[in-house]
Design a protein around this ligand. Structure first.
Ligand SMILES: Nc1ncnc2c1ncn2[C@@H]1O[C@H](COP(=O)(O)OP(=O)(O)OP(=O)(O)O)[C@@H](O)[C@H]1O
Length: 126
């Protein structure tokens, strides 16, 4: 059995460093990451403009996070698959399509929540 590692504050800080490096890689190098960053900034700006309630803010921030989490995991799976098997393989297709489906569900949820929260407020301003 693997020996249990002692708790170390330094190790925890290092884990944060690696996670922030992952975020930087996602937003700086990944095209989808840039699109998501832009969309999140636009949604947050619109939320300030429309003076959302606390619950509406929670809904919007939650779907932004859900989409980003799904996209980051999808991106990690794609990169891992490309390293393990760079050529075409029907099982890699299944793995990548499943990961993409997770993003699709999060994106549909974000569109639905965005429409429910934003459309009535925008119509009131017409
Ligand atoms: N090695 C492979 N074997 C089989 N099918 C693949 C393979 N690589 C990609 N595909 C198919 O192509 C689709 C797109 O894969 P890809 O890795 O290019 O994702 P993407 O979302 O287009 O990438 P990006 O995030 O870079 O825009 C996959 O969902 C899968 O159906």
């Amino acid at each position: 059995m693997e020996e249990e590692k002692k708790f170390s504050v330094l190790d925890r800080i290092k884990s944060f460093k690696y996670a922030f490096n992952g975020l930087r890689l996602f937003f700086a190098n990944d095209h989808n990451g840039r699109v998501h960053l832009f969309a999140a900034i636009a949604a947050i700006a619109l939320s300030f403009y429309l003076k959302l309630s606390n619950l509406e803010w929670i809904a919007i921030l939650s779907v932004i996070a859900a989409v980003m989490v799904a996209e980051i995991i999808n991106s990690a799976i794609e990169k891992l698959a490309d390293v393990i098997y760079p050529d075409y393989h029907p099982k890699i297709k299944v793995v990548k399509d499943l990961a993409a489906a997770a993003v699709l569900i999060a994106a549909f949820l974000a569109i639905a929540v965005g429409a429910i929260v934003f459309i009535p407020k925008l119509l009131l301003r017409l």
